[in-house]
Design a binder for this molecule. Structure first.
Ligand code: 13P
Length: 246
């Protein structure tokens, strides 16, 4: 099927717990029809990179800074993530926009830095419940995509992922219906292609309360290139089952 299935463990696990869950993943993931990327918090990344070597699990981070080097105390660069064998990085997650006041400008700069380091950015966009109720989802998401992608320069080998993560669906058990999700994904693809050109490799994946019950019907849509999964990725067996939907 070749979808992209991404686990976002958020800040739910300490190092030992992350290594244990990574080990549980490894025992299960002997094969998968899809590309699987695991995004732990920063600290266990180095050990997980060693443990995942020669497996079909790829690694991603949950954030990266907007320049590759310099006097930025406490920050982590896309270049150092790349040196740990990370292939992907989640940027602009709504939790970071909300709790850390990440702006579209920061996310745009982080995306360029990730691309420059050879990482694939997974840029998160999505409306909250109030905007959805007001019928403003499409215009809001269009603006987020435009600001995140503005002026990005991609090299030949770069690719880019946009994750549609409606805020009202994250961790709530409310999932966006497949038909509604398809419409938003088409919009995102249209806006992104207009900015980056038709030759750019863009995937649009969905996140927000994906679980075993709703995953198959969403993944059956050709417009949905995969998932960004929070809660359900904390169970190795549930995540494995979702990642192996054919
Ligand atoms: P849940 O799958 O827990 O709703 O989280 C989605 C998410 O925010 C992934 O980045």
């Amino acid at each position: 099927m070749n979808k992209l299935i991404v686990a976002n463990w958020k800040m739910n696990l300490d190092c030992a717990e992350s290594l244990k869950l990574g080990g549980d993943y490894l025992k299960l993931f002997k094969k998968s029809p899809n590309q699987v990327v695991v995004c732990p918090s920063f600290l266990p990344l180095a050990q997980l990179a060693a443990n995942f070597k020669n497996s079909l699990l790829s690694l991603g981070a949950q954030d990266a800074f907007w320049t590759l080097k310099g006097a930025y105390t406490g920050e982590i660069s896309a270049a150092s993530l790349r040196s740990l064998a990370c292939t992907h990085v989640i940027l602009g997650h709504s939790e970071r926009r909300q709790y850390l006041a990440e702006s579209c400008r920061m996310i745009n700069a982080k995306a360029q830095s990730a691309l420059d380091a050879g990482l694939t950015p997974i840029i998160c966009v999505g409306e909250d419940a109030a905007k959805r109720k007001a019928g403003r989802s499409a215009s809001f998401i269009t603006g987020q995509v435009q600001r995140a992608l503005k002026g990005l320069k991609l090299a030949k080998n770069n690719s880019l992922v946009i994750a549609y993560e409606p805020i009202w669906a994250i961790g709530t058990g409310k999932v966006s219906k497949a038909a509604d999700t398809v419409v938003i994904h088409q919009l995102i693809r249209r806006v992104a292609t207009k900015i980056l050109g038709a030759n750019t490799k863009i995937k649009v994946i969905y996140g927000g309360s994906v679980d075993l019950d709703n995953a198959a019907s969403l993944l059956a849509e050709s417009e949905i290139d995969g998932f960004l999964i929070g809660g359900a990725s904390l169970s190795a067996s549930n995540f494995y089952k979702i990642a192996n939907i054919k």
